[in-house]
Design a binder for this molecule. Structure first.
Ligand code: PLP
Length: 398
C-alpha cells in the first residue's frame, strides 16, 4: 500500500537524532548547562555580520516581487556567473555560469548528483567513516554504495583497498575533505594519488569514473592547512558545495554543484543534473539566499572559535589517554572508544552526561564522533566528565 523503504526511512531515526532527543530530555530533567551534548553538527557561531546586512539591503532595495520570485531552475544566471568568477579568481580555473547549478545545500547537491549519474548496476564508492546520508541518497537511486575503509593509523585513503573495490560498475568515488566525522583533511599527495588511480581505472574499464567532492567544510581548516581544489587534479570532478557551515546558515539551505569544464561532456552532465533536480522536485533554490552569494562568497563565520574548542578538547583528551586522528578541519573529533563496542562506550559516557555518537553509523565501528561546534563553556565544563570516563575504564569499572 505504501513504500516499505520510505516507511522504514521515516521510522528509523538516525543515531545522531536519537542522541539529540535524549539530550533534550536530560536537559529538561537536570538543566541544559549540565548536559554535555556533542551530538549535532549545527554551527555554534553566528553568521558573519555581512550576511544579515546583505539580507536587509536586499529586502529594502531589490524589487519586492522579484526578490521572492522563482529563479530559473539551475539558479539565477548572474549568481551562477558570480560563483564561477569567484572560483576562477581563487583557484585559477576557467569556469562559467554553465558549470554551476545552485542547490538547496549540499544534501540536495549530492542527491541530485547521484540521481544524475546512476544507472542500473552502478556502484558509488565512499570512504568510511562517511556521512550516513550518503547511503540514503545513493540507495534511493537504485545504485549500490560500496564502502572502502580509511587506514586506521591516519584515516587517509587505503589505496590498495580502493584499487580492489574499483570495477567496471564503478560510476563515482565520493570524498569529503575536511571530513565529517573524522576531521581529517586529504592533502595534495593523497588527492594526486587518488586522481592517478582513478585515471588508470578509467582507462582499464573504458568509461568515466567521476570524483564527487562533498565540500561543506572547505573553509573550516586550522593551522594554515590547505585543502586542495579537486577539479585542478582530476578532470571528471563534480563538487557539491554548501554555504551551511562556512557562513553558519544551515537552515537557509543554499549551495551549488560545480561540474568541471574539463570533465567528459560537461554540457550533458549539466543536463542530467538539471533533469535530476527536476525529477526530485527541486524547483529552484531560495531566491533571496541566491542573491546573497555574490556578496558573501569567500567570507566565513568566526572559525577561530572552533579552533579554540578543538585545541582545548584535543589537548585534554590526549592527556586523559584518548587517541584520535589528526583533526585538521571541520568541527568534529573522532576518538577511539575505550572498548570495542562504541555503542556501549556511548551508553557509559551518558552516565557522565556526555552525549557522543557511535562510529557505527559512519561505517567505522569502535570510534565515536564528538561535534565541537558548541560553546567553549560547555567544553571547559565537560572536561572532568571525559576524565572520569577514562578513569572508570582504567579502573575496570566498566
Ligand atoms: N555532507 C556532509 C559531509 C555533511 O556533514 C553535511 C551536513 O552536515 C551535508 C553534506 C549536508 O549539508 P547541507 O546543510 O548543505 O545540506
Amino acid at each position: 500500500m505504501l513504500s516499505k523503504d520510505m516507511i522504514n526511512l521515516g521510522q528509523v531515526r538516525s543515531v545522531i537524532r536519537e542522541m539529540f532527543e535524549y539530550g533534550n530530555k536530560r536537559a529538561a530533567e537536570i538543566g541544559r548547562e549540565n548536559v554535555f551534548d556533542y551530538s549535532l553538527g549545527n554551527p555554534s557561531v553566528p553568521a558573519p555580520e555581512i550576511v544579515n546586512e546583505t539580507l536587509i539591503d536586499l529586502l529594502k532595495n531589490e524589487d519586492p516581487v522579484a526578490i521572492h520570485s522563482y529563479s530559473s531552475a539551475p539558479g539565477d544566471p548572474t549568481v551562477r556567473a558570480a560563483i564561477a568568477n569567484n572560483l576562477n579568481k581563487e583557484y585559477g580555473t576557467d569556469f562559467s555560469a554553465g558549470n554551476i547549478y545552485i542547490t538547496s545545500g549540499a544534501a540536495a547537491a549530492l542527491s541530485i548528483t547521484f540521481k544524475a549519474l546512476a544507472e542500473e548496476n552502478d556502484e558509488f564508492i565512499v570512504f568510511a567513516p562517511f556521512f550516513p546520508e550518503y547511503r540514503v541518497f545513493i540507495e534511493n537511486t537504485g545504485a549500490k554504495l560500496k564502502m572502502v575503509k580509511c587506514r586506521e593509523d591516519d584515516f587517509q585513503i587505503d589505496f590498495e583497498a580502493l584499487k580492489n573495490a574499483l570495477n567496471k560498475n564503478t560510476k563515482a568515488v565520493v570524498i569529503n575533505s575536511p571530513c565529517n566525522p573524522s576531521g581529517v583533511v586529504f592533502n595534495e599527495d593523497t588527492i594526486s594519488k587518488l586522481a592517478a588511480v582513478l585515471s588508470d581505472a578509467e582507462k582499464e574499464f573504458g568509461h568515466p569514473i567521476f570524483l564527487i567532492s562533498d565540500e561543506p567544510y572547505r573553509e573550516l581548516v586550522y593551522d594554515n592547512i590547505t585543502v586542495p581544489f579537486v577539479p585542478n587534479y582530476y578532470e571528471n570532478t563534480i563538487v557539491c558545495y554548501s554555504f551551511s557551515k562556512s557562513l553558519s546558515i544551515p537552515g537557509e539551505r543554499i549551495g551549488y554543484i560545480l561540474i568541471s569544464n574539463k570533465s567528459t561532456s560537461p554540457e550533458l552532465i549539466f543536463e542530467a543534473v538539471a533533469g535530476a533536480g527536476r525529477a526530485l522536485g527541486y524547483v529552484c533554490a531560495s531566491s533571496l539566499f541566491q542573491k546573497l552569494i555574490p556578496v558573501c562568497m569567500g567570507k566565513t563565520a568566526d572559525i577561530s572559535i572552533y579552533k579554540k574548542n578543538r585545541d582545548l578538547l584535543c589537548d585534554a583528551l590526549t592527556e586523559y589517554g584518548y587517541t584520535l586522528p589528526s583533526p585538521d578541519g571541520a568541527f568534529y573529533l573522532f576518538i577511539k572508544a575505550l572498548e570495542n563496542d562504541a555503542n556501549r562506550f556511548c551508553e557509559n559516557a551518558k552516565k557522565f552526561e556526555l552525549l557522543l555518537v557511535p562510529g557505527d553509523s559512519f561505517g567505522y565501528p569502535g570510534y565515536v564522533r564528538i561535534s565541537y561546534c558548541v560553546s567553549t563553556e560547555q567544553i571547559i565544563k565537560s572536561l572532568p566528565a571525559f576524565k572520569k570516563l577514562a578513569d572508570s575504564y582504567r579502573n575496570g569499572e566498566f
